[in-house]
Structure formats: C-alpha cells, structure tokens
Design a protein around this ligand. Sequence first.
Ligand code: ASP
Ligand code: MG
Length: 418
Amino acid sequence: MSLIVMKFGGSSVGDAERMKRVAQRIVRRKQAGHQCVVVVSAMGDTTDELIDLSKQICDGPPPAREMDMLLTTGEQVSVSLLSMAINSLGEKAISYTGWQSGIYTEAVHARARITDIQPLRVLSSIEQGQIVIVAGFQGMSETGEITTLGRGGSDTTAVALAAAINADLCEIYTDVDGIYTTDPRIVKVAKKLQEISYDEMLELAHLGAAVLHPRAVEYAKNYNVSLVVRSSFTDNEGTNVKEEAVMEQGIVVRGIAYDKNVARISILGVPEKPGQLAKLFSELAKNHLDVDIIVQSGVTGGSADFSFTTSLTDRERALEIIEQTRGVIGYREVTFEENLVKVSIVGAGMVSTPGVAATMFQVISDLGVSISLVSTSEIKVSCVIDQTHLADVIRALHSAYGLDSTEQAFVGGPSERR
Ligand code: ASP
Ligand code: MG
C-alpha cells in the first residue's frame, strides 16, 4: 500500500460531469489499495471570474486581504463537491480547507510562501481510512489570516503536502498528458517526455512552460518528492520529474519553452559614473519588480545605453519607477519594445557540450530573424525575438536539436495554461 497525493487542476474539475469522473478515478486508486490525499483547484475559470467580479466592485485595486478571502472560496467549492461525489460512490471522503490542513504561510497576501505544514487532521483522517480532499492554493498566516500562494499555486500545495506527509508519490493531473519537448499546439511532432530532471523542469517552468508551477518544482527538488505529470482525461502514462533523468543518445536539448509575457525597456544616454546601475536596479527591486536580462549596449561620449527585460504585465510600473529616478540618474531617454517573445532551449547536457548556443543563433539567423537579447545559464539559452517569427523559430529549433518524432502529439481539453 502506498500513500499518494493526487492533484487536479481547474479544467479537470470544470463541471459536475468532470468532477464525477475525477471522483471515479480517485475511488479506483483507493480500491487498488492506496491511501489517497487529493488536492484540487477551483472549478474551470472560477478564479478569473472572481477576479473579474472584484473589478466590478472596486475602482482601484481591491484590498489584498479581501481578495484572498474571495479567491479561496473557489477551491472551497471544489473540495466540498468532490468529497460529495466520492461519498456518493460509496467511499468515505472528507474535505479540508488549507488552514484545516495545517498549511501555514508567510503573512503576505496574493503570493504567500508556505512556511510550515502541520497535517495532523489530514494524517488522522487517512488513518481512519478516509480519502482526504484538501483545498489547493491557500493557507493561513500565523496571525490567522487567510492567504493564497499565487496563481497556479495548487501545484505547490500538492507537492508541499506530499513532502509533509511523506507520500510515496505526487501525481499532478492536468489537461495535457505530460511534459512535451515543446508546445504541441505549435509543433505537431512534439514528443512527450518519459522523464525530466528537477533542474530542467524548473528552468522550463520559469521560462514559460505553464504545465507546472515553478515553486512546486522547487519544492519537489528540495524535498526529493517523486512527481508525475499526467492527464486527467486519459490513462496514458505521464512524465516523471526526478533528480536525474536519462537523455536519449545524441540529444542535448530536453525541451523548448517560450514566454510572450516579456517587454524590453531601454534607457539611453545614461551619464557614465559609478553606481548608476546600482541606483536604478535597486529602485526596481525595492518595488518587487523582476528584471531578467540586462545588457549594456554601448558607450559613446561618456554616456551608456542599457536594456533589460521585464514581464509585459510589469512594464507600466517599471516605466513609472524609472521616471522617478530621472533626476538622480540623468538619462536622456527611455524606450520600450513589445510584441516580443523569449524562446529558450533547456537541457542538463548542455554544460558539457560545446556549440549548443551557436546552433541556436545559427538556426534563428538562417530564418532571417534578428535576436534582440540573449541570456544563458549552465542548462539553458534564451533569445528574445519578435513574436511574429515564434512558430517558425520553434519548429526549426525543434528539428535542429533532433527532437522531432513521427508520432502525433496529444493535446488535451480546454487549457489550464495561462
Ligand atoms: N485557482 C487558482 C488559480 O487559478 C490556483 C490554481 O489553480 O492552482 O490560479
Ligand atoms: Mg495549474
């Protein structure tokens, strides 16, 4: 008998019918002799709809505390209904909110990190033979406030809970049947991976592959949680995410990700003197603004130009903050570019293989596309290019790195990706 955490995303429980099918799947697992803890997201687009509703009520940004109070109701609807569905199939189930499950977080709203899990009730319900259903994406701060973990945070709940109860396996059920070499909607011959390492998955998740929440992968890596990503609509085997993953002979790139949520900001004519970059970027950091690739693009006549990327959603705020530093820094002009996409290749084998980045640059330039910015780490290379060329570039890279297969890839039901 093993202890399994099963996590179901919003589209997997999108309506009553799907909810019942998920219940059947859980019951089958239980009747095969496993102990099951289930983590579930809000049904379908509930979270988006609740956000929308708050916008209709508030003119400005809604109070963060009330927003968490509102959004956590979405998961509460799911857990109670799923528990009912399992009970009607004749198995014993009980639903718990995040706080009832002993999930403690920082005292921050909208993006709290889990600090501790004391799963006493969860464990005692398992002992009693019950299937335990836990609301994803939510927890409680030490002062007793209800918090949320950031969009897509139910994955993190599942993995963190799996670590806390020492589960044998954490299964993430979603609307695609695993992790693919790239987005199968763009490359028809994308392959499902049998396995991928935590580090590679972490890069892909950060670089735009929305199948798994990056923080969930981080957790899995830190606590060595056996993780599997699989479809809630089929019985196909999924993708195992683990410490070390085998690479096919001659292949160095595991996957290709892209992220359209990127803007490039350039600050031109910055007088050259020590501390300018520090002033600018510490101001951005103070405002919790994530900056990705930074380059100094040229020095002429005592002044320099800088470019950096940030998420498109943060662009406005970044521009405001830069404007506030104009007096101190004394730059000439700020410009920005949108309609960009960051394309990234990821693979643990890159470290020891020369020429991987060179191939990427060559493939992109052969298509007549210019590269706006580049960044690299030991296991990834990212290029920022114009969005118009996205599909061509990804297809060409996929084939250049030997990732094409002849099998048709599976694309699931309505998308859980954002
Ligand atoms: N319901 C939340 C969201 O839509 C959390 C999740 O689905 O993981 O972001
Ligand atoms: Mg999700």
